[in-house]
Design a protein around this ligand. Structure first.
Ligand code: ZN
Length: 344
C-alpha cells in the first residue's frame, strides 16, 4: 500500500508534465512542426506513407466500404494519422539531432522519444506494469491460500483474520490498476488515460481506508462504515469529476498527494508504535519506495529509446510488492495466533 503512495506521486508528476506543459522543447521545434503539418496534408514522412491519413476535403474517408465510414471509425483514423505523423517526424528529427555534437534527446508533447515495438508506445513500462500485476496476483493468491488452507478457520468456515475481506478487495483494485497502467503505456489515448487515472485514484483512496481500518484495528461493522462512507463518497466524486467534468491534473495531484501522505503517515506511526513482529517490512517499503521516487524526480530520457526513469521506477515496485504482501501474510498469521491465544 505504501508503495502506491509513491506510484501516485509519480503518476501525478508525469501527468502534470503531460497536461500542464503539453508543449515541450521537441514539439516547439519549427522543423518538427513543419514535418507534422506536411504529413497531415500528404500522409507521408519522406518515403513512408500512412493509410490512415487519406481524407477527402469533407473529412470522409476516400476509400473503404460503408461500414468503416462511421464517425467513430473516422475519429480513430484521424487520431491514428496524427499519432503516426508525430511519431515518424519525432524519430526523424531525433536522428538528425543525434548527429549534432552535444545534443541530448528532447521531449515531444510531454513525453520522451520512445521507440515503438509492434505499435506499443512504451514497451519497457508495459512489461514492468505486467510484472507488477503478476506480483500482486502471486501475493494475493498466497494470502488466500494461507488464510483458507493453512491457518485454522472458525466453526462457520470464516477466517480468524478480521481484515481478510478488505485485503481481497485491495488485491482486486491493485490488479485492476496495473492492468490499465499496462494498457495506458501501450497506447495513450483519452480513454486509456482516464481508465488508468480512475483505477489509480480508486486504489489510492481504498488503500487509505484500509490503512485507517487496519492500523487503528477497527473491527466493529458500524465503526468501519463510519470511516469508509465519507472517504468512499469523496473518492467516487473525485473520479466522476475527472471523467465527466475535467481531467484537471493540478487538482488531481493535490487530492492524490493528500491521500498518499495521509496513509504513509498512518503506516509510519503504526510501524513506530506497534510491536508487530513484521514492522520492519513496513519500514523497508516506505524507505525503498522513497528512494525509488528519486528516479521520477531525476527524469532521464530512455536508454536506447526504451528504458527511461519511469519504466525503471515501475521495475522497483515489483520487489516492493513482494515484501508488501509478505507483510500482509505475516499480519494474518500474527492476528490469528493472537485470537487463538485469547480463545484458550
Ligand atoms: Zn507508468
Amino acid at each position: 500500500m505504501l508503495q502506491h503512495f509513491w506510484i501516485i506521486i509519480l503518476l501525478v508528476v508525469v501527468s502534470w508534465n503531460l497536461g500542464v506543459i503539453d508543449a515541450s522543447a521537441g514539439d516547439a521545434d519549427p522543423k518538427y512542426r513543419a514535418c507534422v503539418k506536411e504529413c497531415k496534408e500528404t500522409g507521408c514522412v519522406g518515403q513512408r506513407c500512412f493509410p490512415y491519413c487519406k481524407f477527402s476535403s469533407n473529412d470522409a474517408p476516400i476509400d473503404g466500404p460503408w461500414y468503416i465510414q462511421e464517425p467513430l471509425y473516422l475519429r480513430w483514423k484521424q487520431w491514428d494519422c496524427q499519432s503516426d505523423c508525430r511519431y515518424h517526424c519525432m524519430i526523424d528529427r531525433e536522428k538528425e539531432r543525434e548527429s549534432l555534437p552535444g545534443s541530448a534527446p528532447l521531449k515531444y508533447h510531454g513525453k520522451w522519444p520512445f521507440k515503438r515495438v509492434y505499435g506499443i508506445q512504451e514497451p519497457a513500462s508495459v512489461i514492468f506494469s505486467a510484472l507488477n500485476l503478476a506480483m500482486h496476483f502471486h501475493g494475493w493468491l498466497s494470502f488466500f491460500i494461507l488464510i483458507y488452507y493453512k491457518l485454522p478457520l472458525r466453526e462457520d468456515k470464516r477466517a480468524y483474520y478480521e481484515f481478510a475481506g478488505l485485503w481481497h478487495i485491495y488485491g482486486l483494485l491493485t490488479m485492476n490498476s496495473w492492468f490499465w497502467s499496462a494498457v495506458f503505456h501501450c497506447r495513450d489515448v483519452d480513454l486509456t488515460e482516464k481508465l488508468d487515472y480512475s483505477s489509480a485514484v480508486a486504489l489510492l483512496g481504498y488503500s487509505l481506508i484500509l490503512a485507517v481500518l487496519r492500523s487503528f484495528n477497527v473491527r466493529d461493522e458500524a465503526a468501519r462504515v463510519m470511516v469508509t462512507a465519507p472517504l468512499l463518497a469523496f473518492v467516487t466524486t473525485h473520479i466522476m469529476f475527472l471523467n465527466f467534468y475535467k481531467l484537471d491534473y493540478g487538482w488531481n495531484m493535490i487530492v492524490c498527494v493528500f491521500m498518499g501522505v495521509a496513509q504513509i503517515l498512518i503506516w509510519a506511526i503504526f510501524g513506530g508504535v506497534t510491536r508487530h513482529p513484521s514492522r520492519w517490512k513496513l519500514w523497508l517499503v516506505v524507505v525503498a519506495g522513497g528512494l525509488a521516487m528519486l528516479l521520477e524526480i531525476y527524469d532521464f530520457p530512455p536508454y536506447q529509446g526504451f528504458v527511461d526513469a519511469h519504466a525503471l521506477w515501475h521495475a522497483t515496485t515489483v520487489p516492493l510488492t513482494y515484501i508488501w504482501w509478505s507483510f500482509v501474510r505475516d499480519d494474518a498469521e500474527f492476528r490469528t495466533a493472537n485470537l487463538l491465544k485469547k480463545a484458550k
